[in-house]
Design a protein around this ligand. Structure first.
Ligand code: BGC
Length: 715
């Protein structure tokens, strides 16, 4: 036998033995082995080159796979209000003559609308449903939710967030993440931290004192990590106190990983990295998107809007990262930590054992029902003088539906959160459907026809407000004014018919002073998702009793807002000089009368609050529905320090309960008390302080409709 043949026969004989040994050794492939053991095993099998390779992205929405070891890519999609098309900027997807398919999914109401529900259980349902759709579409990880606090009324992404209060945002984000991650889909809380404006979003340096940072801007992220165990955190584009968020060791390592015990991985915002070793050493674990996608994007010269994308490329590619590791600038242990985190998340979420093949169903009746429930709960009745709403069908025989937002479903704001639903119904169509043949519905988009129709109708409904072109990512609004011509339209219509109802799409504060005194009723429907049309019709006709409460203050004028004078910044720096006085903390403490205060929302019924009882560890009260209809109330609990040792907001939200009550029904609502509710953050001592002494506990239906008060002594 020739020597080569001898060798191959020997090799063939040895092969089964080697395979047997190999498979015995491959703990990481054993679905029954503990995650930690699988991670340790796989990590030990990876070469340095393979580990370094895994730190930067594979495609626009995929991490890199490793074929030799069978490590899958993490497949992502944008959220947070539905699964967005993941093929990236549309031009990137346009391969010559073969456009990639468009992904559709259920479009849920915008973040601020979800904020208006004050309903963590609903957020759980929404997160779960989006998780189910992500699985149906073959995605492992969603890029959402967003919990940046609404600081400045004009910031372009306000509509994506849960509002101006850290306590409310914290409770809601926990519900959402638990719902989503319960399905096995990883959530990504973003953008960490202080991404509170779109103006110069990729370069702005947010200067924030430690107290404001801990009391206002960080709590919802902390809750996402500590209470909901989120698997992924996305670093923000901007700088925080002089350091890029993506290469900020204080933020990513000290606070997030050490102090909060974050076990997941940090992903960069898209093209939000700057320098190789500082990024790797600060604690960023995965850079996105992949270098090739960036090159293709540049080659296609996709217009991205001012300030977007810039000229940078990926900075954690093997070509750039490996020399830093070889030179010792980045320790191999730091790389191991990143891979350990990525693999832990992947094993724990079944990426190795249960790949998601896609091809499932989305936008099913059950999923739509969740979107509808969310829209129902989100709609806020801002004003209802003389019970103008609900519409009395005996009296409203002719309804003039007018305005630019009537004949179109404004499902969401613009940018990476925008979802393409399979179906949506405009408010006009939904009203027609609900009105039936007995009521005449007329329609005109603009003046003077709109005013003419209003003059002939029993009731006029003006659909005004923003669109996805006005409120969008990558761009801040220039003023709080409604889009051009809309104030005039509303005034002309109300002049023609005093029974005019205004329905707004406003994901952020808009000015209403020019007409608010003239119109009897105003609804804000935010961006209500694909089921917005029927949800709006339901509230107008009284099939649904409105129960949303605004999670943002609507000031009369931009000059009244806390960030005024310190927004959008100069010379690349935005100074958060208002400190902790954000939102109602500012209006209430400085006695600035808002147009609509934080927590405000009317109902078609009335709720009575009684029997406030305060004991050492809890506050209780009775809430009774004393009005004419069944409905839901949101009871709000605020703490007012009577003798604070430092300058403090006059009151802060520390509890809330949404409760549905039938006519005449009553319930006991309980708010447990703990020291965190009385604490403020001492920036120099770097710790929370709960001053003993006297506090007033307040219960109300909004921050300015406080109905019960009692004193409490913190020992
Ligand atoms: C946005 C992120 C988004 C990412 C991917 C960025 O421009 O800031 O919120 O997840 O793009 O689309």
């Amino acid at each position: 036998m020739n020597p080569i043949r001898v060798l191959s026969v020997l090799a063939a004989l040895a092969a089964p033995i080697m395979i047997a040994q190999e498979s015995k050794k491959e703990t990481y492939r054993d679905a029954k082995a503990p995650v930690e053991a699988r991670v340790a095993d796989l990590l030990s099998r990876m070469t340095l080159e393979e580990k370094v390779d895994m730190v930067s992205g594979g495609g626009w929405m995929e991490s890199k796979a490793n074929a030799r070891l069978g490590i899958p890519a993490i497949k992502m999609a944008d959220g947070p209000v539905g699964v967005r098309n993941w093929y990236g900027p549309s031009a990137l997807t346009m391969r010559a003559n073969s456009p990639l398919p468009t992904v559709t999914s259920t479009a849920f109401p915008a973040g601020v609308a979800l904020g208006a529900t004050w309903d963590p259980d609903l957020l759980h349902e929404v997160g779960k449903t989006i998780g189910q759709e992500a699985i149906a579409l073959g995605r492992d990880m969603m890029l959402g939710p967003g919990v940046n606090i609404v600081r400045a009324p004009l910031a372009g992404r306000n509509f994506e967030m849960y509002g101006e209060d850290p306590f409310l945002s914290s409770k809601l984000v926990v519900g959402y993440i638990k719902g989503m991650q319960g399905t096995g889909v990883m959530a990504t809380v973003k953008h960490f931290a202080a991404n509170n404006q779109e103006y110069q979003r990729q370069t702005i340096d947010a200067h924030i004192d430690q107290r404001a940072l801990h009391e206002i801007y960080l709590p919802a992220f902390r809750a996402a990590v500590v209470d909901a165990h989120v698997w992924s955190v996305m670093s923000a584009y901007n700088k925080l106190n002089g350091h890029w968020c993506a290469e900020n060791p204080r933020l990513l390592t000290e606070t997030l990983k050490k102090e909060w015990g974050f076990k997941g991985f940090v992903v960069s915002d898209w093209l939000g990295t700057h320098n190789t070793a500082p990024t790797a050493n600060a604690g960023l674990d995965l850079e996105m998107p992949g270098a090739e996608s960036i090159k293709r994007l540049r080659a296609m010269n996709v217009p991205q809007g001012p300030g977007d994308i810039g000229q940078r490329g990926a900075v954690l590619t093997p070509e750039l990262l490996m020399p830093e590791v070889k030179s010792g600038e980045v320790k191999e242990a730091a790389i191991d930590d990143k891979i350990r985190r990525l693999l832990t998340a992947m094993f724990a979420n079944g990426l190795f054992d249960h790949p998601k093949p896609g091809g499932g169903q989305v936008d099913t009746p059950e999923q739509r029902a969740v979107a509808r429930k969310a829209a129902d709960e989100a709609i806020v009745l801002l004003k209802n003088a003389g019970d103008a709403l609900p519409l009395m069908t005996e009296k409203a025989r002719t309804i003039a539906v007018v305005g630019p937002n009537a004949n179109v479903a404004r499902t969401g704001g613009g940018g990476s959160s925008s979802v393409k639903p399979n179906h949506s119904v405009s408010p006009l169509d939904a009203i027609r459907e609900r009105a039936g043949s007995a009521i005449q519905v007329t329609f005109a988009e603009a003046m003077p026809q709109a005013a003419e129709l209003a003059g002939k109708a029993d009731v006029a409904i003006v659909f005004a407000g923003d669109s996805a072109e006005v409120e969008r990512e990558g761009h801040d609004r220039e003023s709080m004014d409604l889009p051009a011509g809309q104030d005039d339209l509303i005034q002309a219509v109300v002049k023609a018919n005093k029974n005019t109802i205004v329905v707004l799409n406003a994901g952020a504060p808009v000015g209403m002073d020019r007409w608010i005194g003239q119109v009897p009723a105003v609804l804000n429907v935010w961006f209500p998702g694909e089921e917005g049309g029927p949800a709006i019709a339901g509230v107008l006709f009284g099939d649904t009793n409105p129960s949303g409460h605004t999670p943002i203050t609507f000031p009369h004028r931009i000059e009244d807002s806390p960030s005024f004078g310190n927004y959008p910044g100069t010379d690349g720096v935005v100074n958060y000089a208002e400190g902790v006085y954000v939102g109602y903390r500012h209006y209430d403490t400085k006695n600035v009368e808002p147009l609509f205060c934080f927590g405000h929302g009317l109902s078609y019924t009335r709720f009575e609050y009684k029997d406030l009882k305060i004991s050492a560890h809890k506050t209780t009260l009775t809430v009774r529905n004393v009005g004419p209809r069944d409905g839901a109330d949101v009871v709000q609990f605020y703490v007012h320090p009577l003798k604070p040792s430092v300058d403090r907001p006059v009151q802060e939200l520390k509890g809330f309960r949404r409760t549905y009550l039938r006519r005449g029904e009553a319930v006991t609502v309980e708010f447990p008390l703990d020291s965190s509710m009385f604490s403020w953050y001492d920036g120099s001592a770097k710790k929370w302080v709960a001053d003993p002494g006297a506090y007033e506990l307040r219960v109300g239906s909004s921050s300015r409709d406080i109905r019960l008060k009692g004193n409490y002594e913190l020992k």
